[in-house]
Design a protein around this ligand. Structure first.
Ligand code: NAP
Length: 259
């Protein structure tokens, strides 16, 4: 399917690995030029080389912490005005509600709420002036169904979701859509870290932890970054102009709700 976005430019944050990389690859396959970002220069450069070679699109790579003011300024300067913005950053660490203090919450809000808001504020005016734009925020299944150990994530992402719900409806008449994708468990470094933590704290093996988690997902496995990226690319396509302010859950059926 031709998504109708060949030749456009996308800034995909936190995209050297994992779900961000899945989005970058799917957009590149649709002919979109990319600005990639991650903190570690080596993995980022390797990803840029592979995507350029596979898809023949222009790829700029900016090694910077997207959650810091200085890092974000560096990325935005290199990116300039883009047609497509995918916001993403690492998730907050797991823990317990009784341990988190103000600083823990401020860090989580900075990374997973205020950073995507700052990125949107920087790009939305240009998209509106040009009459076309797509924003996809990578959030989490925890917005719909809280994950106890990820209370910092539950809180920050709920705040971002509220902001998007209001903002998406104020920019839609200029041809700009904003939507969120809510990942359930996907095979990435992040889920390896969470499952390793669960194994260490429960005395179970990684295989036992995985088997127990698969049993809670109707599909019986985790999702892949390719499945995730394909949804992102569709939301960025010409065909998604009527999808506004939505929260698309990609979770293999794990969240047991009617809507
Ligand atoms: P991942 O496999 O750990 O990959 C994270 C990517 O983001 C890497 O490229 C990493 O590169 C980059 N990154 C992390 N922090 C960054 C920062 N401050 N600035 C710039 N780049 C940064 O993670 P993932 O599984 O793809 O998760 C992506 C997001 O989805 C996270 O917020 C996570 O909480 C959320 N999520 C994931 C799952 C899942 O099952 N995978 C489920 C629900 C929610 P560097 O480390 O080199 O910076």
């Amino acid at each position: 399917m031709d998504l109708g976005i060949s030749g456009k430019t996308a800034l995909v944050c936190a995209s050297s690995k994992g779900l961000g990389r899945g989005c970058a690859e799917a957009l590149a396959e649709a002919g979109v030029h990319l600005i990639l970002n991650g903190r570690g220069a080596e993995a980022l450069e390797a990803t840029a080389v592979e995507i350029r070679a596979a898809h023949g699109v222009d790829v700029k790579a900016v090694a910077a912490d997207i959650t810091s003011d200085a890092g974000r300024a560096q990325v935005l300067e290199a990116a300039g005005q883009v047609d497509i913005l995918v916001t993403n950053a690492g998730g907050p660490p797991p823990g317990s509600w009784s341990d988190w203090d103000r600083d823990n919450f401020i860090n989580a809000l900075d990374a997973n709420m205020l950073t995507p808001i700052a990125l949107m504020k920087s790009q939305l005016p240009g998209m509106m002036d040009r009459g076309w734009g797509r924003v996809v925020n990578i959030t989490s299944q925890s917005v719909k169904a809280p994950i106890a150990a990820l209370g910092l994530s539950n809180s920050a992402r709920a705040g971002l979701t509220g902001y998007v719900a209001g903002t998406a409806r104020q920019v839609a008449n200029k041809g700009v859509t904003i939507n969120n994708i809510l990942p359930g468990a996907h095979y990435t470094d992040r889920i390896d870290m969470l499952d390793n933590n669960a194994a260490a704290s429960s005395g179970k093996t990684m295989e036992e932890v995985r088997a127990a988690k698969y049993a809670t997902i109707p599909v019986g496995r985790y999702g892949t970054k390719e499945e995730f990226g394909a949804m992102c690319a569709f939301l960025c396509s010409q065909y998604a102009g009527y999808i506004v302010g939505q929260n698309i859950l990609l979770d293999g059926g794990g969240v047991n709700t009617t809507m």
